[in-house]
Design a binder for this molecule. Sequence first.
Ligand SMILES: [Fe+2]
Length: 287
Amino acid sequence: MQDDATTAAPTGFTPDTWAAFARDGILVVHDVLDAAQVDALTAAVTAQKDPTAMNVVELHERFTELIDHPAHTGFVYDVYGEMLKLLRSEYFKRPPGQAIRNKWHYDGPRALPFEVFSPNLPLRIKVGYWLTPLPREDRGNLVYVPGSHHRPYLETYHTHEPHPDERQLLVRPGALTLMWGGLWHRVAENLGDTTRLNVFLEYGPSWIVTSDRNRSDPDWIASLTRNRRIIMRDYDHPNSNVKLFDSDVPLYHRRPDEPDPQEGRYGDHVPPALRKRSTWTERHGTV
Ligand SMILES: [Fe+2]
């Protein structure tokens, strides 16, 4: 299936939500999915036999639909613009009493972190969809230290020791989270009697390497809509992640209320894919 029509980008950040995300390193948006959407995604997760898997967008149509789901794609498009890529997708089932869970860490490279190059903008954003109730602590919750995304070091790194500034994510099913790649986090014990279910999708600019695949299945890629295919960035030559194809630009039309100061600066001889385009974060002075 090919869908060559481009549309305006879905709604993303407001100055207020960006300010909260930049301050805390996490943005929690409640009640993003309705009950039917939660049920459909829950069924897709429970249909999988393993407790976790990566590159899950290839596994089930409900996961495939998340590649450019309008509830979150506007946010990541606001940061990565025309070079938006899905870097990784995964689901997690965290059953009661699960012993193996993530110690304190931040996502991405540790020996030379993204933060060194990009202190003002994340080079990875992790989108989370939460499918089961997290009304109290120690139910397999995400645990994080708000505002810790610029810290190179945390005293409790690589342990499960509680941190004095930690907070546990408490949400209803259908909540969306955005996490700045450098935010320190871990996973709480699940002392409840139900399995915690969620899905993560990580995005970045196309020139950051994917972390769950080298290539996608060719038949699966051929079945995708235009924008999903572009966001997967399944290219024969790696340099296509740097120099975009003309046919892949634009990914989205700019929003009518968002003039692009880059427009009108190029002669007709410059192909669309070679023209600079501003992102929301640039236009709103966050960088
Ligand atoms: Fe993590």
